[in-house]
Design a protein around this ligand. Sequence first.
Ligand code: ADP
Ligand code: MG
Length: 725
Amino acid sequence: MKLTDSLTTHFRIDVAHVKALKRLRIETVSDLLYHLPARYEDISDVQSVSGLEKNQEAVVYGQLSGLKTRKAWKSRKPIAEGYVEDGSAKMRIMWFNQPYIAKMYADGMYVKLAGKVAGSEGKLYLSNPEVEPLDSLPIDRHDSIFKGTDQVSDTLYPVYRESKGITSKWIYHTVLKCFEKDILDILIDPIPIEILKKYNLPELKTALVWIHSPKKAKDAESARKRFAFEEVFYIQVQKAQERASVSAAQTYEVQTNDEHIKEFTDRFPFKMTKAQAGSIKSITNDFIGNHAMSRLLEGDVGSGKTAVAATTAYAVATSRPPEGLGKDLEYGNLQVAYMAPTEILAKQHFESFIEYFQHLPISIGLITGSGCMKYPSKSDPNKPTKISKAQLTKWIKNGEIPIVIGTHSLIYKSVEFKHLAYVIIDEQHRFGTNQRKRLAKKDTRLPHLLSMTATPIPRTLALTIYGDLDITLLDEMPVGRKPVITKVVGPGQRKEMYEHVESELKAGRQAYVICPRIEEPDPDKITALNMKSVLAEAKRLKKDIFPEWRIESLHGKMTPAEKDRVMKDFSEHKIDILVATSVIEVGVNVPNSTNIIIEGAERFGLAQLHQLRGRVIRGTHQSYCFAVTESKSDKTRDRLKALATAKNGFELAEHDLQFRGGGELYGGKQSGLSDLGMEAIKNLKLVEAARNEARHIVEQNPDLSRSFPLIAEHVTRIGEVLHME
Ligand code: ADP
Ligand code: MG
């Protein structure tokens, strides 16, 4: 048996199962061995449904079915109900006064339920259980995989990610069979032994045995640490190589100085915060150096990132290209591309930039999927005008338009620049470096890159997924901005909240209502369910709470044109209350909307709640955020209360990481990290160790594929995955 062997060479697997394995990205023996357990189940606390008795506090695992909502027979109070089935029996579940529960989950979902058994003999039911959705069910406890062995622990077993037809159990047994075929003896550890020793990590062979069939929880932990290190290490090697290649490339030098910058910023109607001034300084310092800048600017919504972008864009757009001006051109200068994630945001930036640049002879272009604009217009120099894409791209290509703002169209439509010296990317996650290269096209010089984000992520995650970038924090809000008043609204406290919102509406303000995120393994179902909850909530508010106000909804199943229409109506105050899913665009600016109600707040990470709250931070009026939860748990309420006290988003992100784990982090899914990798970032020491070792090895070995072919191979694979999407 060899690592690269297809599993089918050694095991009888039919076509359907081969396909199922492929969905889990398992084809070879090596893929299987590296399909690490998602977690370990301690079977001592699992109960089977058939054995439950009245008044027992039960924890069961099973599949949901028959979910629906009805009114209680006499009281007419709403009840959500359904069934849970675990292979031993099927039992009824009832949730009283929580009708939305039936909408939050779906038939067929795997769940862990914790609740009390109530009812009478023969008619038992599980009452108000807490629900935790699962990707898969643990193996039946009566079929313990440790049975008949002399293991120290007989209750700890691995649970793997499954796919239709491929059970966790199958994976486990097949791994053991590979071990029996002496696969472990031929393994070569890609990580140098000195590094493993230095950090007290087990060697590959030992680690594989420990992670797949641990005798002690401590061994499993130790093995997981090793693989986590390994994963972060490869990512860091890749980032270090990326950095090295940026350093090697030529770039544009942007000449500027404090005086020059001051001419621009003195016109602002506000005084820059220290953080803004500091980040402008860091950026302009990079502009003078020999290497292209790669920088991430992280700042809460409202911290003033656009002003930083505009000021530094100004420095570029007023600089000469290396070979001097084109003939007769007053402004054939260096160029800036500013990319926004949505059309609405691109248009907003275009408008802000017009304000910032109107006193200067600098043209600005806007390019989006639905058309192009140019400022200034020939006929009215104070206004922008619509122009054809052909015309705009021509002017970009010959260098007449120094600043171009746009959506992804900037990349996908064949836009060519003459002297692209600066790429600014707003609210993008991990694709920044890639997009820079694509925008630069055949230019021999690499533009400077500024990636901006309002997503608060913990330092460890930033060091990992943005390992190739220098990070600048805008951790200070402009003075005079009133903090959002945040309230946690528990069961039975809605009335007061609705009264408050009503008084705000009467005062001419607007409100957002965000409906709970619904977790569902199938992404298509997420949007469908979220849409349902948005529509139902809009209807309920219209009927029962705010009959006199104009309510509309916004959700992921709408076309971009429909979404734009609703957002436009909302920003023009043709709508009073916007009911939306949590996935709608961040950063859309409607200063008059000063209230945000977040339903099912306990289902979000704090950092996400903070971001949602950021939507009402813009105006001059006092803003309010209501985090609504039906949970009676004190722990949940306490966690949510941190929202009211934390100073900024970063603090909340660290809080999430420690208390809920990496998976809860916004951006976690896009980070390219496995669940294990996300676990690793809880550990700053481990991340820093991996980063230092990676940088060291790249510095010492310019040709990595020669000196460490196994590492190079892994790194290439990461690169492929990251660049695929
Ligand atoms: P974000 O960081 O969310 O992109 P923006 O750049 O959109 O923030 O800024 C939000 C608002 O704050 C804008 O209206 C902007 O004009 C204003 N602003 C930016 N910097 C300052 C400052 N130093 N003092 C006061 N207001 C500011
Ligand atoms: Mg912004």
